[in-house]
Design a protein around this ligand. Structure first.
Ligand SMILES: [Zn+2]
Length: 239
């Protein structure tokens, strides 16, 4: 085989391998559209928090959620669970859902399948120690998903948990108004927030946005539910 044909063949092989590895990225927008439709048909707000627990923010959130008698979903970072086990175990005890967010927060596009699988399994095991029960909701770290992670997720029986509205709490510059508040006018959605302890302005932004979402949901007549409740209640409301 001549060198040009060999090079083209190798490039084609590399491209098809990359396409199959990254193919779940192509489904993500469709999955998010379906998730938004599900939320609007049920008229629900789902509050989700990633990367915690943080001893200060998570504890303050638990007080705030209790004030509104509202449940939320916490996608815990496996490596933080042993550091803040007292806070982590309060989550399920207080009626919230604990989901898997991996152990070391690996970026799926920058790691090999073996380490990704191990991190996924270890993260789910950490969530179980907090009281998480099957089917566990899984939020891919950085929102990045590759085919092997999707396969592990199917094999483990977890449910992929995207979001429809980013609160903006991790933007380089905090927004004056959280874009997640738009979901109130749209009739529902899944808000993405983070509950690891960061700078005082960011911690405050998370708490203020949560309060604004809860007050808005009350005003607009939206129910506040956990992520898993979207799929386990009201069969008549499924899109
Ligand atoms: Zn994260």
């Amino acid at each position: 085989m001549d060198p040009v044909t060999t090079t083209l063949g190798a490039a084609g092989l590399a491209l098809s391998a990359a396409a199959s590895y990254l193919s779940p990225a192509a489904w993500k927008p469709l999955s998010i559209r379906q998730l938004g439709a599900r939320c609007r048909s049920q008229r629900v707000l789902v509050l989700t928090y990633d990367d915690g627990p943080g001893p200060a923010v998570t504890t303050a959130l638990l007080d705030l959620l209790r004030e509104f008698d509202a449940p939320a979903t916490f996608f815990v970072s496996g490596e933080r669970v042993p550091l803040h086990r007292d806070v982590a175990t309060k989550l399920v005890r207080q009626g919230h859902e604990v989901g898997c967010h991996g152990y070391h927060h690996l970026h799926a596009w920058k790691n090999w399948p073996g380490p990704l699988r191990d991190d996924f399994a270890r993260g789910c095991a950490a969530a179980v120690t907090c009281g998480a029960s099957d089917p566990i909701s899984f939020r891919p770290p950085f929102g990045k998903l590759v085919f092997p992670t999707w396969l592990y997720s199917r094999h483990r029986g977890t449910r992929l948990a995207w979001w429809t509205h980013d609160s903006g709490d991790s933007f380089a510059e905090l927004p004056a108004r959280s874009p997640a508040l738009d979901l109130l006018d749209e009739g529902g959605g899944v808000a993405l927030l983070h509950d690891l302890d960061r700078s005082a302005p960011r911690n405050e932004f998370v708490l203020e946005t949560t309060r604004a979402l809860l007050e808005g949901a009350r005003e607009k007549g939206l129910r506040v539910v956990r992520f898993r409740d979207l799929f386990e209640a009201r069969d008549d409301a499924s899109p």
